[in-house]
Design a protein around this ligand. Structure first.
Ligand SMILES: N[C@@H](CCC(=O)N[C@@H](CS)C(=O)NCC(=O)O)C(=O)O
Length: 247
């Protein structure tokens, strides 16, 4: 199997952390090519996003779908619960990480340019980005009431919840300050304690170092103007295909 992945992608990081925690050795990693974000990429991958798992030619997109697929084909060691109720709790926390934290932080980043512009916009200056920042804070407050107190999201061991929350909390710490919003994590005692503890876990530490490497590479590309050029090229390519100005 092959996983299309990128250091900077929190969604791909979520699947990589699962792969490391399960000790899976039969999945090679490949970066998407230079056509990522361009019309030609969507001919191969209709949703146009990574991660995508190539399972013997079957292309499986969406981090959540890939995570569940990997649990089904490699049930041991399990990153789900030992009872249906435990599994429901794990999935609830993973959804908080994916849908409420990563998705909102990701859109906030896209709209403010937190990880794509030399001078990102301030989230508070626009009602849409202000709302996205508030959604992230609200979700972290919810997480503070639900998160485990033994160094893991729940169940006293690594689960799919940690795999989604680790990249989510990383994005909160990188994206919110870049968009002019202080990270709410230090003020949330339970999330802060979890965040300090989980970073010492070997699998979390590995994806966090990959995410940091992705941010450094991205910041270098912003400095050199490479990102600006890519955005201009992508806009031109989309305009040529169907008149759209933006991908
Ligand atoms: N819901 C998807 C989101 C994946 C996603 O948005 N990936 C980003 C990278 S972090 C991407 O490939 N973006 C390319 C684009 O928007 O064209 C998942 O969970 O996998």
């Amino acid at each position: 199997m092959k996983l299309y992945t990128h250091d900077l992608s929190p969604y791909a990081a979520r699947v990589r952390m699962q792969i490391y925690a399960k000790g899976l050795k039969d999945i090679v990693f490949e970066q998407p090519g230079d056509d990522w974000g361009l019309p030609v990429f969507r001919e191969k991958f209709p949703i146009g996003r990574i991660p995508v798992l190539d399972a013997d030619g079957a292309l499986i997109p969406e981090s959540e779908v890939i995570a569940e697929y990997l649990e089904e084909i490699h049930p041991e060691p399990s990153l789900l619960g030992t009872t249906p109720r435990e599994t429901a709790h794990i999935r609830k926390l993973a959804r908080l990480g994916d849908i409420y934290i990563i998705n909102n932080a990701f859109m906030l980043s896209r709209l403010t340019g937190a990880l794509s512009r030399k001078t990102p916009a301030d989230a508070r200056d626009n009602p849409v980005t202000d709302q996205l920042a508030n959604e992230v804070v609200r979700s972290l407050r919810a997480l503070d009431t639900l998160i485990g107190s033994d160094g893991f999201a729940c169940c006293g061991r690594i689960t799919l919840a940690d795999c989604a929350l680790v990249p989510g909390l990383f994005d909160v710490e990188v994206i919110l300050p870049a968009a002019g919003v202080a990270s709410p994590i230090p003020a949330l005692a339970n999330v802060a304690a979890y965040w300090a503890a989980i970073q010492k876990n070997v699998h979390a530490a590995r994806v966090l170092s990959e995410l940091r490497r992705g941010v450094e590479e991205r910041r270098a590309a912003i400095r050199t103007g490479e990102i600006e050029q890519f955005r201009a090229d992508a806009a031109a390519a989309w305009k040529a295909v169907d008149g759209q100005l933006r991908p």
